[in-house]
Design a protein around this ligand. Structure first.
Ligand SMILES: Cc1cc2nc3c(=O)[nH]c(=O)nc-3n(C[C@H](O)[C@H](O)[C@H](O)COP(=O)(O)OP(=O)(O)OC[C@H]3O[C@@H](n4cnc5c(N)ncnc54)[C@H](O)[C@@H]3O)c2cc1C
Length: 443
């Protein structure tokens, strides 16, 4: 079977769903092909099933948080689709959102509702999605367009948007198919690495099976030469010998982005207090009890009290050097660093520079961000950008008539309309035109 259409979207994850709904609204004839039996499996896991869809910030601040090279690369995508734009669009499509310390969630705090917002919209638009349909190959055709081969059917389309995700959590369907297909097409693909991943330490602070959370710590990251390359803040989740939480996740993203081979990490358990202030608050007699008073959970308080018994406790607790055994593997990471190289993609359209008509969105490309909603936002914004670029190619806007150049602003007093000035009948002054005869007063 061979079907011809305007656009094929590969993948119905965060980027693919946004692309499908946006293409539907733009009346683009599109078919979405999804590897798994249902859409948005990773979306459902997001933010511990609460789904942190974006970060409330001005585009320039958001871009700064992605860091280079993404700060430059995502400029158009984020400026054209800000976190406010996303919230307005979601509201228009029936999903109210809330911001909690700038992290944007659905008001219900249920990832299910985000997925349903997309699937309801897609149903209303009657946009087709084919499930259990992994795309195996994409071939550019001689006269333009593409042949898309799946396990069962072949389709042709004028344009293809690939949104097959990264490599992590492969059960959700993102297994690196898109990166393999891009490589076969001759595009450069950056090696995948775990971003936002856990760390295993050599000497556990807790027994296996024990789990505790410290709400606010800082982690400083050093390269092999002992040079500080970044600092993260957030929570620390300790589970046996594994450390997770936003402070650790963001630290491992820095390691992956900067390609650090032998990184080291220093943990500050009390980033809001100086060593001397902390020292005055920690009782010497029962250190574990005073750590608990300072907000450290009980099992960790005991563990840290033991570790610091022969040391200056306040100095130790503000500079705990982590003895890293390993960074947790890619399949467990929240996000993949790496993917289709940014050099291969036009950042103003998301089109492949070497293969016109082929577009990318989301984590399949070498796009990732810190924790806080940045990854979903990047997936949504790049999908919108790609669909808008495809729409502009399919249905170019008719050229508009040039508008008059002179415009009046509110502040600027409007000049009186130009009139043909006539000599006043009352003298030689230039004056307003004479009123019509029926309004003239008798002289
Ligand atoms: C546990 C967890 C929690 C997270 N929490 C957050 C969060 O709260 N906020 C945030 O911003 N980010 C979060 N992320 C990251 C975020 O989920 C991803 O960055 C985002 O889903 C990427 O979107 P995507 O569309 O590029 O890829 P995906 O969402 O992975 O979608 C890719 C889709 O393509 C399909 N596919 C793959 N290969 C093929 C093929 N050959 N043919 C057809 N279809 C194919 C897959 O089945 C999948 O449905 C989290 C990730 C994880 C794992």
């Amino acid at each position: 079977m061979e079907t011809n259409t305007e656009l094929i979207i590969v993948g119905a994850g965060a980027a693919g769903l946004m692309a499908t709904a946006t293409a539907g609204e733009a009346a683009i004839k599109a078919i979405t092909l999804e590897r798994r039996h249902r859409p948005g499996l990773k979306l459902l896991l997001c933010g511990n099933n609460r789904c942190n869809i974006s970060y409330q910030a001005q585009p320039k601040d958001m871009l700064r948080d992605y860091g280079e090279p993404l700060e430059q690369f995502l400029k158009t995508a984020i400026n054209e689709f800000t976190s406010d734009d996303l919230r307005k669009l979601m509201a228009k499509w029936g999903l109210q959102t809330i911001a909690n310390r700038n992290r944007i969630y659905p008001a219900s705090e249920k990832a299910d509702d985000v997925l349903h917002c997309f699937t309801d919209k897609i149903r209303d638009l009657e946009a087709p999605i084919v499930f259990n349909c992994p795309v195996e190959a994409i071939t550019p055709l001689e006269n333009g367009g593409f042949l898309v081969k799946t396990n069962k059917i072949n389709l042709t389309a004028k344009y293809v948007l690939m949104a097959t995700g990264g490599f992590s959590y492969p059960k959700t369907g993102s297994v690196g198919d898109g990166q393999r297909i891009a490589k076969k097409l001759g595009l450069k693909v950056e090696d995948p690495k775990p971003g936002l991943a856990g760390i295993d330490i050599k000497t556990p602070w807790l027994q296996q099976g024990e789990k505790e959370d410290v709400p606010n710590v800082a982690v400083e990251i050093f390269d092999e030469n002992g040079r500080s390359v970044g600092m993260t803040r957030g929570n620390l989740l300790v589970e046996g010998n594994c450390l997770r939480g936003t402070a650790i996740f963001d630290a491992t993203r820095i390691v992956a982005r900067q390609n650090l081979q032998i990184p080291s990490f220093v943990l500050d358990l009390f980033p809001t207090q100086s060593a001397s202030a902390l020292s005055s608050r920690l009782g010497k007699a029962n250190l574990a009890a005073s750590l608990e008073k300072q907000g450290i959970p009980p099992l960790l308080s005991r563990s840290f009290a033991e570790l610091s018994c022969k040391l200056n406790a306040s100095e130790f607790l503000k500079q705990i050097r982590l003895e890293v055994d390993s960074i947790r593997p890619l399949k467990e990471a929240i996000v993949t660093v790496g993917g289709v190289s940014l050099d291969e993609i036009d950042p103003t359209t998301m089109e492949a520079r070497k293969i016109p008509g082929l577009y990318f969105a989301g984590e399949l490309a070498d796009i990732d961000g810190p924790t806080g909603g940045y990854n979903l936002h990047a997936a949504f914004a790049t999908a919108r950008l790609a669909i808008n670029a495809i729409k502009a190619k399919l249905r170019p806007e008719p050229k508009q008539k040039p508008k008059p150049t002179r415009k009046f602003t509110k502040q600027e007093p409007r000049q009186p309309a130009k009139t043909t000035k006539k000599r006043s009948s009352r003298g030689d002054r230039w004056d307003a035109p004479e009123p019509p005869p029926w309004r003239r007063r008798p002289q």
